[in-house]
Write a protein of this length. Structure first.
Lengths: 854, 269
């Protein structure tokens, strides 16, 4: 509490005294171009390109599939400007809401994967100089960039005539993911006839993996052309895309770190003939064609219409195995902790320390086992009497596909409601079709694989057809690149109508934002599988939701540079399809009760924007109700895969944000950003447990989640930094960051009576089972240095040299996130049997770049 | 104009660079089945060092070489494989599941004995990695941890499995422990025909009795986890192959799957 009063004092009393002499001036709703060092230097190559995400379990996977950029929003908000990048190392998102609360648009078109709610940042990876946030819409700043009632909505205007004319050439070298990056971009500027065009290509490659087993490659392109007709009409066509290949880094057990002493240990790869090969490789390419038309009626009103089509894919490989030992080197049975005899414990530890083939994937072993894996398939390919024999794969590398088609339209109108009262309104329509299926990516030396669901084998005595993934062609023999397993289409649509206006009357101002939306989704199975012949093929029940929401903001200007504001918002939002379908890979079943999630929020803040001091202080409260989730895992008590369909999730987010950029002597700036959050679940959740193979309901349980902290990113973070810009065009900054109040993502199953019984919840063991692990406080230090050389011949030409070093102290144990495994030891209730997994960041990472503009 | 020439060159260079980052082509490793070590000890000699009811750790760097004759392919054997050479067979306890992928029937395996333990379970001689004294009344062998498999077992080429030794029920004694044997002209006793091999529903093992034409009996023991447990025993007479095993003084036969049972002839009268 003391620190809270101190902060309140600093932000309320001190600035008033400092700014007493400044004349009052209306700043609300003005688009100010601020060139001070609050803002990150424009980086050609940003750090988020290199992030690799942990894979802890399927449930986490769906949250982490999309790479998260650290800052693409609200650059004019001092808090985001200061903390956006500095807090990104530990994946802190605004107010703990994740990225779902932020809307990112390109020329007014929302860029969101409707199938799972993640942003499509990767669609323009490497093209950062073009895809820059032009305007943001936040609670403290209204613009035409759509609305996001609980977060930020940002728009990137990529039309060539809005880009800086000239040629940009860039080269970056470093040890973050990709080692080499290239960029070439050129923009013509507006010709006398009204034409303007732009072209850019970028590439990145890690010729030498900087993180063992992790290589990243990417290529991207942008083509754009505009035609200005008359004074107020512009038509633009853009075509862009980015092909990205990324190897995943797996989360690891504490035991592995103890044995190997290496926080960078990554069990996802192994040597194959001397070459590092990662089993979890993702590849995505989602090119987009975008047509935009803008019509200006007057200086105060315009209409912008955008239509876009995207088609591409997001794939990820992984190992699949049939009647063979688990290939993962850190599988619990392979570790010393599985041994009860101290001698064997020690022998196992030493074997892991001394033999790299035991601690990494053993590709040679997979080939060797496949070589000897002779089998005979009777009635192969559904043909009676057709027997196929040969090397039937025990291990394969499979490719999990999501083929995406998106059709999008957005219209934005900005106009005058009455004198000096602007409003903007718009509608966006999104339609997405995602085709999910698997193919055989590599047979690893075998001759074939069979389209069977091995998890259904236990059903065979009663139902011989249970193991068939495709009843129309049973016992299908699979060769390289053949499609197999699940095969379904998820169709999502979303329409959003929004309106906002704001007015400033004297010292008082208000703003109102409203939205009305509809959305829906359905699954269409393309194969009938043996487990659910009637529920797997064909369309599912179609979900349809109507949502609405609104936000009201009131502000009071205290003097020209400072103001107070109050805001409150209420919103309903639909659940994601993967939180409604219980097991979309096998059937059409959905949660019994499906409802909108409701969020109410309130915040108050204090804002200072002067040339010497920029600061925002906010207190916020947010309540989420009726959220849903579905998790699936192997249940040791039921001896089978089960699904937990969880509903009634409530969350309370309470917090304080404060940031300050103060100009000290000369060009010295002091920056600080503080976030003190308190995010907890505050309802008792309800789960219906079903057997994955039969959909039979086993039980209905409560999850005792009340007052449990929300796991994931740190809830408390502080950044302190200095920067300096010299007259010789040097710029440097150093920031120290402190993180605390971070809990691991906890397993809801452990917080049920069935998991705990008969352990006494108050006993030490009971507490160990119930209390989520709090992760240790952490610090990191980042440095950035740049120098600009201005061309003597051409005033617009310049050469930029820059170097950024993250984690300057080379802390190898910078913990990004951790999660309890979903699998739980129902026999002995030992939390360590399926121990939590941790994901660590890279040690010191550096990127140097040279960019030339002429 | 000057700029345009530069632009074109730039594009060409960049496109060339883009082509550098192509997909890696992983080499396919050779089928590197290890050169099997020469045996310097026979399985018979190894077993002769065991005293029933005791545990002996092997201290010398000896190697035995044998062929896998049984594994957990149908889950009738659990966490163990059976290896035999021309002199005898032995059961090796391995702490893993799906062992049949690693050690298919017919695979030649060299076993480095140094550090391993000899012991017995109901007089069936086994090799393991240590002695479990957690229940002092019934000490038992620890199976070899999966992580240590390659330290003790070297895999060789896979050939066809050895011919089963043709024996009579009355011949069967400790010399035949853990060997693949074949009995001719035998049938399930009348009370055990048309019954399931084991109780798959409750995962319980069951004994069925096999009899030759002279009225000599031997137990056929099958695990309730065996994939063929729910199948029914035949009523006719014929041959049966299996691994000879003992439990105390009870002589047992354990089959790998039902193709080991070939009974198509009329029963003895």
């Amino acid at each position: 509490m003391k620190s809270l009063f101190f902060i309140l004092f600093i932000t309320t009393v001190a600035p008033k005294a400092m700014l007493a002499q400044i004349k009052p001036k209306t700043i609300f709703l003005q688009k100010k171009q601020i060139k001070d060092s609050v803002y990150l230097p424009n980086r050609l190559f940003t750090d988020w390109e290199t992030n690799t995400m942990p894979v802890v379990n399927e449930n986490e996977l769906k949250e982490s599939e999309e790479q998260m950029p650290p800052m693409l929003q609200a650059a004019k908000d001092p808090y985001t400007a200061i903390t956006g990048f500095q807090f990104s190392a530990l994946r802190i998102t605004a107010r703990g809401l994740g990225n779902a609360s932020n809307l990112v648009m390109v020329n007014g078109i929302p860029m969101l994967d409707l199938a799972n709610g993640t942003g499509l940042w990767s669609s323009w990876n490497g093209l950062n100089p073009i895809f820059r946030v032009g305007e943001s819409n936040t609670v403290i700043q209204q613009s035409d960039a759509g609305i996001s009632l609980l977060g930020t909505s940002s728009n990137m205007d990529i039309r060539p005539y809005k880009q800086r004319a000239g040629i940009d050439i860039g080269y970056g070298f470093g040890n973050r993911g990709a080692t080499h990056r290239l960029y070439l971009g050129m923009h013509s500027g507006l010709s006398p006839k009204g034409w303007s065009w732009g072209l850019a290509i970028a590439a990145r490659a890690s010729l030498v993996p900087m993180i063992p087993g992790v290589q990243n490659n990417g290529r991207s392109f942008f083509l754009g052309v505009d035609k200005k007709m008359g004074s107020g009409n512009v038509i633009s066509l853009a075509f862009f895309g980015a092909l990205m290949q990324t190897d995943r880094q797996a989360a690891i057990l504490k035991e592995s770190i103890d044995i190997l002493g290496d926080h960078a240990y990554n069990p996802a790869w192994g040597y194959q003939n001397g070459q590092q090969r990662n089993a979890n490789q993702t590849k995505q390419f989602l090119p987009t064609l975008l047509l935009t038309q803008e019509h200006k009626f007057s200086n105060q009103s315009f209409l912008q219409t955008s239509i876009a089509v995207s088609a591409g894919y997001r794939n990820g490989t992984g190992l699949d195995w049939y009647h063979a030992p688990d290939p993962r080197p850190d599988y619990y049975r392979y570790l010393p902790s599985y041994q009860t005899d101290p001698v064997l414990k020690e022998a196992t530890t030493q074997a892991l320390q001394n033999n790299i083939d035991l601690r990494q994937l053993n590709w040679h072993r997979f080939y060797q086992i496949n070589e000897n894996s002779f089998d005979q398939i009777i009635n192969a390919n559904g043909i009676i009497g057709n027997t196929v024999s040969g090397k039937r794969a025990s291990y394969i590398l499979e490719n999990r596909h999501q083929d995406i088609q998106r059709y999008l339209m957005a219209i934005t109108y900005h106009g005058l409601l009455k004198e000096k009262v602007f409003f903007s309104t718009g509608i966006s329509i999104q339609w997405q079709r995602s085709h999910f299926y698997k193919t055989v990516a590599d047979l690893l030396g075998a001759s074939f694989y069979v389209n069977w669901n091995q998890f259904a084998e236990s059903e065979i005595p009663n139902d011989p057809a249970a193991i068939q993934f495709d009843l129309q062609q049973p016992n299908r023999i699979l060769k390289l690149h053949d499609q197999f397993g699940y095969d379904y289409i998820m169709t999502n649509h979303k329409t959003n109508l929004w309106f906002q206006t704001a007015q400033q009357i004297g010292k008082w101002g208000w703003a109102i934002s409203l939205e009305l939306g509809s959305s829906g989704f359905w699954r269409e199975g393309l194969v009938a599988n043996g487990l659910f012949p009637d529920e797997s093929l064909g369309p599912s029940h179609k979900q349809f939701f109507i949502n609405n929401g609104g936000r009201f903001t009131l502000n009071r200007i205290l003097n020209g540079k400072t103001r107070l504001y109050l805001a409150t918002a209420i919103q309903t939002s639909p659940p994601n399809a993967d939180n409604v379908f219980i097991s979309p890979r096998t059937r059409n079943h959905q949660q019994n009760i499906v409802s909108n999630q409701q969020t109410i929020s309130a915040e108050m803040g204090y804002l200072i924007q002067s040339s010497n001091l920029k600061s925002r202080f906010s207190l916020y409260w947010m309540q989420v109700r009726n959220a849903m989730d579905v998790i699936s895992f192997y249940h040791d008590a039921y001896n089978s895969f089960v699904n937990y369909a969880i509903s009634g999730i409530g969350q309370r987010h309470l917090g304080l944000e404060w940031a300050m950029d103060a100009k000290l002597l000369g060009q010295w700036h002091f920056q600080t950003g503080i976030h003190l959050g308190n995010f907890v679940y505050n309802t008792r959740q309800f789960a219906s447990i079903t057997v994955d193979n039969t959909a039979a309901e086993l039980n209905q349980v409560f999850i005792y989640a009340k007052q449990h902290p929300i796991g994931g990113a740190p809830q408390q973070a502080i950044s302190i930094g200095f920067n300096n810009r010299t007259n010789g065009n040097w710029f440097w900054s150093i920031n120290a960051n402190f993180f605390d109040r971070q809990w691991m993502v906890w397993n809801p199953i452990r917080r049920t009576a069935e998991a705990l019984y008969p352990v006494d919840p108050n006993s030490e063991k009971g507490q160990r089972l119930l209390l989520p692990e709090r992760l240790p406080p952490q610090t990191n230090l980042n440095l950035y240095l740049s120098k600009r050389f201005i061309s003597k011949r051409n005033s617009a030409g310049h050469l930029d040299l820059s170097m950024s070093i993250n984690n300057l102290l080379n802390k190898q144990d910078l913990l990004i996130s951790a999660a309890e495994q979903l699998r739980f030891d129902f026999d002995n209730r030992d939390p360590e049997k399926f121990a939590p997994k941790y994901f660590f960041g890279q040690g010191l990472s550096m990127n140097c770049s040279i960019n030339y503009h002429f | 104009m000057k700029n345009q020439g530069f632009q074109i060159k730039g594009i060409v260079i960049i496109i060339l660079c883009l082509n550098l980052c192509c997909e890696p082509n992983y080499d396919i490793p050779p089928s590197d089945l290890a050169q099997v070590y020469a045996a310097d000890l026979t399985i018979k000699d190894l077993k002769s060092k065991h005293v029933t009811g005791k545990f002996e750790q092997w201290q010398k760097p000896n190697t035995i070489v044998g062929v896998v004759v049984a594994n957990d392919r149908t889950d009738n054997f659990y966490k163990s494989i059976v290896v035999q050479d021309s002199t005898g067979g032995i059961t090796i306890r391995l702490d893993g599941i799906k062992l049949s992928a690693n050690y298919p029937e017919g695979m030649q395996v060299a076993i480095h004995l140094k550090g391993l333990w000899l012991g017995d379970y109901g007089k069936l001689i086994q090799l393991g990695a240590g002695v479990d004294l957690s229940d002092p009344a019934y000490p038992s062998l620890f199976p070899i941890p999966q992580t240590l498999f390659d330290q003790y077992l070297v895999k060789g080429p896979v050939a066809s499995e050895p011919e089963a030794q043709l024996v009579k029920i009355t011949d069967l004694g400790n010399n035949y422990q853990s060997r693949l044997v074949q009995l001719n002209q035998v049938a399930f006793v009348a009370a055990d025909t048309g019954k399931t091999y084991a109780d798959a529903k409750n995962n319980e093992s069951l004994n069925r009795t096999i009899q030759d034409c002279n009225g000599n009996n031997i137990i056929l023991r099958t695990s309730g986890y065996a994939s063929f447990a729910p199948l029914q025993t035949p009523a006719s007479m014929g041959t049966i192959k299996g691994i000879y095993s003992v439990f105390g003084s009870t002589k047992q036969l354990v089959i790998r799957d039902t193709s080991d049972v070939r009974m198509r002839f009329p029963r003895c009268k």
